[in-house]
Design a binder for this molecule. Structure first.
Ligand code: C2E
Ligand code: MG
Ligand code: MG
Length: 569
């Protein structure tokens, strides 16, 4: 058995084809062939089969080698083409070689055919390999190595073309940059391979939820981008919301549901820039602003370039006012036990009434204080204020816990439990007054250390609650071993459960699961009676949300309690 060789013979006569095949069989080849005598037959053959080589006669009644070369060029595949011609046709043979034929053999000298084929196959293989190398190089320069989606370079090229088209048509275009949160923790908790797998899933989902085939890219890490040609602002916003919504319903990694949150920054051509890099940069500035503001998306505004500066000013002011009872204050939001209608606790939520910027909510400044180290004095202030408030409420005969949110930094601070103990002592309080709310993310930064600190707090009889559950990536295995008393199901599931079956299923299984682990389950973000009813039917223990009460001042709480259907005994 020789080497298989699939030969396309372009000739009008079978007898000529047979002569060539006889010649081929003399070599190492076992040829298979098809003969075509005109352009249609040749096109059909090229489309229906894979050919190693084409051997073509020069002139045929209905066809010619030059016409056959045109058909091959049209087809676009690189198949060696050998011309077999009568003697004295050198001129047109040279013309054929100029148009892409690799060699020409005189009809009377067919013994040159075999070596020519061998050489051409070798060269074709080299060409093919080189082409593959080039393709690979092109690919690695233009596609992300984790998700295999177009990268920033390719996206910029696509943008350049889109900008040119927009210039011609005077249509606007929008660039959306999307960044997903908390992936570092996924990588820490699940390993980078599963982190990469999650990114691939996210990429696929983002690709699927486009309207059409708008260019989409993965800039690496957790950042993606999408280009919307001809998009007005409203459409850009709609798309941003849809993309985020799409990533909300959990991804499955190793049977673990993981939901992803993100922010989107939007920049538009022509207002915000006229070249790809400026537009992307400005979308990234808007993205950064969205993260800082805790909003889903932000559209670029020139003032945003000063956002960093503003943040520094805010932190500077905060450093001065912590501890002075001026601009910072706490609000308290009740938590109710569903079965008994008893108020079992309140959560202290920080507020900053800034003289120029008005009311600033914690999501707008907590992360900056974590980066600047201001979070420590701030946490001290919150604990002290919350404990003082508890003492002030004591006369009401309350039997509640005062929940305080603790940032990631505190959970890495080995001194934190002593610090809390000292604060309780200083306020002449009891550990049972306090509940400490932690998030999955805060634990994931250094699980072993966080675990040590939580164990100490728990041993001190301070109850622990896992906040925003479902938005992070802690493994259930780890959670099972942690001394937390209560799990707070994140509002995004609770809000979605009436309309979204996935959310409802998540809430149901979280309640069952945590009950099996002996934990109390609290649902956050309960905004209406229907949600209350559904949670009650699922056996949820506690609820918190605007339906029960909005966060309120400490002085207001006793009045609210009196007027409410709830009690404290
Ligand atoms: P969180 O601990 O999950 O607090 C619940 C947030 O949801 C609060 O927002 C609350 O006002 C809001 N909320 C409660 N019920 C509902 C509802 O029915 N519907 C809606 N839409 N929202 C509801 P807030 O006060 O803006 O706090 C945001 C986050 O800031 C908190 O989330 C917490 O992680 C953090 N935070 C608040 N105070 C402190 C603090 O003193 N220290 C630290 N480290 N973080 C804090
Ligand atoms: Mg909380
Ligand atoms: Mg929460």
């Amino acid at each position: 058995m020789g080497i298989p060789l699939n030969v396309l013979i372009v000739d009008h006569a079978d007898s000529n084809a047979s002569l060539m095949l006889v010649e081929l069989r003399k070599g190492r080849f076992t040829p298979t062939h098809k003969r075509v005598g005109n352009a249609e037959e040749m096109r059909a053959a090229l489309n229906s089969d894979q050919w190693d080589i084409i051997i073509s006669a020069h002139d045929m009644p209905n066809f010619s080698a030059l016409a056959a070369l045109n058909v091959l060029a049209e087809h676009g595949e690189d198949i060696p083409f050998i011309l077999v011609s009568d003697a004295n046709r050198e001129d047109s043979a040279v013309e054929a070689m100029k148009r892409g034929a690799q060699d020409y053999i005189m009809k009377g000298n067919l013994k040159r055919l075999l070596p020519a084929i061998e050489r051409e196959l070798r060269e074709a293989a080299i060409r093919h390999e080189r082409q593959q190398d080039e393709d690979r190089l092109y690919h690695s320069m233009h596609y992300d190595h984790v998700s295999d989606m177009p990268n920033r370079t390719l996206f910029c090229e696509q943008m350049k073309r889109a900008i040119l088209a927009s210039r011609r048509s005077s249509d606007p275009l929008a660039v959306l940059v999307i960044k997903l949160n908390q992936f570092q923790q996924v990588n820490n908790a699940l390993g980078s391979i599963r982190g990469d797998n999650l990114l691939q899933q996210v990429g696929q989902r983002l690709q699927r939820c486009r309207d059409g085939s708008e260019p989409i890219a993965h800039f690496g890490g957790t950042t993606f981008a999408i280009l919307l040609p001809e998009a007005e602002v409203e459409e850009a916003i709609r798309t941003a919301k849809r993309l985020l919504k799409e990533t909300e319903s959990p991804f499955m990694t190793e049977n673990l549901p993981i939901s992803v949150t993100g922010n989107v920054g939007i920049a538009r051509f022509p207002e915000h820039g006229s070249d790809p890099n400026t537009l992307i940069q400005r979308a990234e500035i808007a993205l950064y602003a969205a993260v800082q503001l805790g909003s889903e998306y932000a559209i670029y505004q020139p003032e945003m370039d000063f956002e960093n500066y503003r943040r520094l000013l805010l932190m500077g002011r905060l450093a001065v006012i912590i501890g002075k009872e001026t601009e910072l204050f706490l609000q308290y939001q009740p938590q109710v036990e569903m079965k008994t209608m008893r108020v079992v606790g309140v959560e202290a939520l920080m507020r900053w009434q800034h003289p120029e910027h008005g009311l600033i909510l914690p999501n707008q400044f907590i992360s900056a204080t974590e980066q600047t180290g201001l979070i420590q004095p701030l946490t001290t202030w919150v604990l002290k204020t919350a404990l003082q408030q508890y003492r002030a409420w004591e006369d009401l005969g309350l039997n509640i816990t005062q929940a305080v949110n603790i940032s990631a930094r505190s959970l890495q601070d080995l001194e934190f439990p002593y610090h809390v103990a000292n604060m309780i002592k200083a306020q002449k309080g009891y550990p049972e007054w306090l509940q400490i709310e932690i998030t999955e993310g805060a634990i994931m930064a250094n699980p072993a250390r966080a675990m040590g600190i939580l164990t100490q707090l728990s041993a001190m009889k301070i109850s622990l609650s896992m906040d925003d559950f479902g938005t992070g990536y802690s493994s259930l295995g780890r959670l099972k071993d942690m001394p937390v008393d209560e799990i707070k199901i994140d509002q995004c599931f609770v809000k979605g459960m009436l309309t979204n079956e996935d959310d409802a299923a998540m809430v149901r299984s979280m309640i069952n699961l945590f009950h099996n682990l002996g934990r109390i389950v609290l649902a956050e973000g309960v905004e209406n009676q229907a949600t209350w009813d559904m949670l009650a039917s699922l056996g949820c223990d506690r609820v918190q949300g605007f339906f029960i009460a909005r966060p309120m001042g400490g002085d207001q709480f006793p009045h609210w309690l009196k007027a409410s259907p709830y009690h404290v005994e």
